[in-house]
Design a protein around this ligand. Structure first.
Ligand code: ATP
Ligand code: MG
Length: 260
């Protein structure tokens, strides 16, 4: 609603480069602009000022970006799951035998049974919808995969499965991954770099260590480090030489072992 009294800057002064093959996390409080930001990555939203480019030139490579939305309902609109997953391939006139083969493969990858193919996407559970939405994107073999809260609403096993899948895609297929998540515990085990959003701006951009070292700054914008960081802070009161700057359970175990 540009030019009206309702105009609101959802994003402001964003300057961001993501390297080929990186796995980057985006965190930030509710309404900080994460979803708005990632919708610029495939041209779904256009910046009022500035530009978005892929592969350092301005050619349109936007179709190499696959986005799995926060609300899968927004990308499921066909009468059955098969047609939803096949949608992108059909648009590219892919022969039906190839579509069938790819769907078979992708169902295994996202952990869905072929029984759901004939169901309406709206008959599925939240977790299943998420997997269907992911399948519809992955089947197009994007070079850059953007996931907005991929594990939201999944049970612990489902979260683990999705994260393992993301890690495999990154490691084996060398896909560039941009992951939006509210869960600090999850994000620290997955990404190399973290971008912290606050009120439509990039507040911090660095390695996990760089971002979480500055606890006060994070807390001032409504975020928290993973729980283990606070546990280490408490433990340091008992073991003064302990390194409290630790963000994963695995690192914590190694650190505590030094004092046993
Ligand atoms: N369609 C829209 N029209 C007007 N304002 C919007 C629209 N979508 C989002 N906004 C506003 O843009 C800002 C950023 O919203 P966005 O959805 O990007 O936040 P977010 O960081 O993804 O939040 P969450 O963690 O809750 O998903 C918010 O102030 C929101 O109110
Ligand atoms: Mg969002």
């Amino acid at each position: 609603m540009k030019g009206t009294a309702f105009e609101k800057k959802a994003l402001d002064d964003i300057n961001l480069k993501i390297k080929d093959g990186e796995i980057v996390g985006i965190i930030g409080h509710t309404g900080s602009g994460k979803s708005t930001l990632i919708q610029h990555f495939n041209g779904l939203l256009k910046p009022s000022y500035g530009n978005v480019s892929i592969d350092s030139n301005q050619t349109n490579k936007i179709n190499q970006v696959g986005i799995v939305f926060q609300q899968p309902e927004y990308q499921l609109f066909e009468d059955n799951v098969y047609n939803d997953i096949a949608y992108g391939l059909k648009k590219k006139d892919t022969p039906i035998e190839i579509i069938d083969k790819k769907i078979n493969e992708i169902m295994k990858i996202v952990g869905l049974s072929n029984d759901v193919l004939n169901k309406s996407p709206f008959e599925l559970s939240g977790g299943q919808k998420k997997r269907v939405a992911m399948a519809g994107i992955l089947i197009l073999e994007p070079k850059i995969l953007v996931l907005d809260e991929p594990a939201a609403g999944l049970d612990p096993q489902g979260r683990e499965d999705i994260y393992r899948l993301i890690q495999n895609l990154h490691k084996e297929k060398k896909i560039t991954i941009i992951l939006v998540s509210h869960s600090m515990e999850d994000i620290v085990t997955l990404v190399d770099r973290l971008i912290v959003m606050n009120d439509g701006k990039i507040e911090m951009d660095g390695t996990i260590k760089q971002v979480f070292e500055n606890l006060n700054r994070l807390e001032n914008i409504g975020l928290k480090a993973p729980q283990i960081r606070y546990f280490m802070r408490e433990l340091k009161k008992l073991i003064p030489n302990l390194n409290e700057n630790i963000f994963t359970v695995k690192e914590a175990k190694e650190e505590i072992r030094k004092f046993l």
